[in-house]
Design a binder for this molecule. Structure first.
Ligand SMILES: [Zn+2]
Ligand SMILES: [Zn+2]
Length: 173
């Protein structure tokens, strides 16, 4: 604390602005949630899910502003900045309807943990995220594929193996 106080005199306006913009309030999304099996419907999404849900009004009050999708019911509920139907929906079913996907910025909020969830690390969230992403941006979401470099190495090894017999056969004829 004393270090911070003594360093304050040297802080620039740029540093202060940067801290206010992101550094001071940056929130890391959680990479796991105990509510993920219970609050997410695992059944396959209908093919038209993304396109239809994007334009769905709040299923409670009909508001068309900033809606969230409950990943359990797959219905839309408006944000706390509209009429607050998403919060009410969670409060009515706190154990199993606490994970909602924003149709505005595709963030995923866990009402039980009061935290954002990291879609890239939680596969159960990805089908709904990908469907809305495709409908909203017209291109598929890309998730990290840790095994892709391994696949490339494998195919290189196979190429080497194929060349040797071919060269030997050429010599023989
Ligand atoms: Zn509403
Ligand atoms: Zn729900």
């Amino acid at each position: 604390m004393s270090d911070f106080a003594s360093a304050r005199g040297d802080i620039t306006v740029e540093e202060l602005l940067a801290a206010q913009e992101g550094g001071g309030f940056q929130i890391e999304p959680l990479t796991e949630s105990p509510n993920v099996p219970g609050s997410v419907d695992p059944s396959p999404l209908p093919p038209e899910f993304g396109a239809t849900i994007l334009h769905e009004p709040c299923s409670s009050c009909g508001d068309i502003g900033e809606n969230w999708v409950c990943l359990k019911t797959r219905k839309t509920y408006c944000s706390r900045y509209r009429k607050g139907c998403a919060v009410k929906h969670f409060e009515a079913n706190p154990a199993s309807h606490c994970i909602h996907l924003s149709l505005s910025d595709l963030s995923v909020w866990d009402h039980n943990l009061d935290a954002y969830l990291d879609v890239f690390n939680i596969p159960a969230l990805q089908p709904a995220f990908a469907a809305v992403h495709l409908a909203k941006f017209g291109e598929p979401a890309s998730f990290p594929t840790p095994s892709s470099s391994f696949t490339i190495n494998l195919s290189e090894t196979n190429d080497d193996d194929e060349e040797k017999p071919a060269a030997a056969a050429a010599k023989g004829t």
